[in-house]
Design a binder for this molecule. Structure first.
Ligand code: 3NM
Length: 523
């Protein structure tokens, strides 16, 4: 077998402990999974005697050879030699790569587990054929893992490999990967010039009720785009002018499609959010029970996950709804309200980020910094200011860009100036009014507004988000300027009216309101 021409797409790592394998026969499970599409197998036995391991290796090798699939042995070069299989996989605490290569010869496939850029560089330099990058997510299958790195950590390693000229070294990731998260992890971990060659799984195949069907499914998922990636047919708007040109179209699309805005939000803002949705022409539903999402996600709308009131039941409901909307590719807006305020909220942010794709993340500076900090070993770097101080304009823009790049989505940071980015292009918006800060829930209802706009215009989420912000903030400016508005109390009904009137004017072809737009591209 040519070690330079291995298909790593679906990489099965065995586990014969009863918790994973149950009372089934490992050979049967492996054969079924290879029949289904598993492309490479690693025998991993942490407790077996050498003789038993060699015997099992020989049995498995007889199976994998039939399907022309390589078999590797975890850690044990001696067992690989005795079995005569295609290679080994070595961990950081196992035999040195150079020794393994010397013992196994030039044709053997040798893979190395890495969890940091430094380990990856050493393994690449040492001549590894592929890297097993992980641990992506915490997994009950292996609890003594060193680093949980998320898709973002995988991406950093892939980027570093490409930068160092190790594009030819192949990669899989491992840890907590299953049919539900595979596509998102592969998508979010892709660096500009290097992506994963496959995913390595234990329980998703070995514990599957039907390993053949499970392998077929994983292979299909690996080879296709996730539903939430929309390939735009027209070129995306990238300049402030081209986005501004699109804004009326987006506002009209909301009115025409009346998209469902499914809000899982806090008690304080439900009524306000529903009224704002109606004013902009969307169709609101306040449904906090995740079970309902499996029906609601099919209606062409978008979901708002607003973490304003978070409790364990609420979190489970968010995850169900997130799964439902991700499965059909309908947009999700995440509002990590008070993200950094408590340990519980920080942990909820981490759970949510690791369980689904969030098309838009919207928050204030503190919230966005917390979301960014969840996977970074250090919080967002600041130059000479303490961690509680506000960031400077350029730092805010950079934070938003970096988070969007990491999550492969659109990030909005609200404040006196709003910043938004899709990781490629970053904009600031200088509209809005101080009254918005004096009324409870205006940030939350902006999330509702964005959800309707993105649902109506899903092929350009950045332009849709800009349109939502401009519609919302210019309505606030117009309301605040009215003679009948004397403070935050009279502001609210006037604001609802202005949201409605901007939609109506746009429908009549009157675009004067857009002249107040203050949209600037930063990078
Ligand atoms: N190695 P599952 S995680 C064997 O991080 C193994 O290096 C890991 O099991 C690493 O697919 C892991 O069931 C177990 O989550 C992966």
């Amino acid at each position: 077998m040519d070690r330079n021409n291995v298909n790593y797409a679906v990489y099965l790592v065995t586990d014969s402990t009863p918790a994973i394998l149950g009372d089934r026969d490992l050979c049967e499970v492996v054969e079924a999974s290879v029949r289904g599409g598993t492309t490479i197998v690693q025998l991993r036995e942490k407790t077996s005697d050498t003789g038993d391991m060699i015997a099992m290796g020989k049995k498995l090798h007889a199976i994998t050879k039939k399907y022309n699939v390589p078999l590797l042995i975890n850690d044990r070069v001696d067992v690989a030699l005795a079995v005569g299989c295609e290679g080994v996989h070595i961990g950081q605490d196992d035999m040195e790569l150079s020794t393994a290569r010397r013992l196994l010869g030039p044709d053997a496939i040798i893979g190395v587990t890495v969890s940091t850029i430094q380990e990856a560089m050493v393994a690449c330099k040492g001549g590894a054929d592929y890297l097993g990058i992980g641990t992506v997510y915490a997994t009950p299958t292996k609890t003594n893992t060193k680093n949980i790195i998320g898709a973002a950590g995988v991406r950093d390693i892939l980027q570093a490999m490409a930068d160092a000229g190790y594009d030819h070294v192949r990669t899989v990731c491992i840890g907590g990967i299953n049919a539900e998260n595979l596509q998102r992890i592969v998508y979010q971990s892709e660096a500009p010039s290097k992506k994963l060659d496959g995913v390595a799984v234990v329980s998703a195949l070995v514990a599957a009720p039907d390993p053949e069907a499970a392998a077929k499914n994983l292979l299909g998922l690996f080879n296709s785009q996730p539903p939430f990636v929309r390939e735009s047919t027209s070129p995306r708007a990238e300049t402030a002018d081209s986005i501004l040109e699109l804004v009326p179209e987006v506002v009209l699309e909301v009115a025409r499609k009346k998209p469902l805005s499914h809000n899982m939000t806090n008690l304080v803002v439900q009524n306000f959010a529903a009224n704002v949705a109606l004013a902009i022409g969307a169709s609101p539903i306040m449904a906090n029970n995740g079970e309902e999402a499996f029906d609601l996600c099919k209606l062409g709308g978008a979901l708002v996950v607003n973490m304003g009131t978070v409790d364990p039941d609420g979190l489970q409901n968010y995850l169900k709804a997130l799964r439902a909307y991700n499965s059909v590719g309908q947009p999700v807006v995440y509002d990590p309200v008070g993200a950094g305020a408590t340990t519980l909220r920080r942990s909820a942010v981490k759970t949510i980020l690791s369980h689904g794709y969030l098309d838009i993340i919207k928050g204030n500076e503190g919230e966005i910094r917390t979301v960014y900090g969840i996977y970074e070993r250090e919080t967002f770097q600041q130059r000479g200011v303490d961690s509680s101080a506000e960031l400077e304009v350029s730092q805010k823009a950079e934070l938003v860009r970096k988070l969007a790049l990491r999550e492969k989505n659109v990030v909005v940071m609200t404040g006196e100036i709003d910043y938004l980015s899709d990781g490629q292009h970053t904009f600031r918006i200088d509209n809005g009014h101080a009254y918005l800060e004096m009324v409870t829930g205006t940030g939350c209802v902006l999330g509702t507004t964005i959800s309707a706009f993105v649902a109506a215009f899903p092929n350009d989420k950045l332009a849709a988000t800009v349109a939502a912000l401009l519609h919302f903030e210019i309505a606030a400016e117009r309301a605040a300027e009215r003679r009948d508005v004397q403070g935050p109390g009279t502001f609210v009904p006037a604001f609802l009216d202005e949201l409605f009137k901007i939609r109506r004017e746009t429908g009549q072809g009157r675009m004067g309101w857009l002249k107040s737009a203050k949209l600037t591209r930063l990078s």
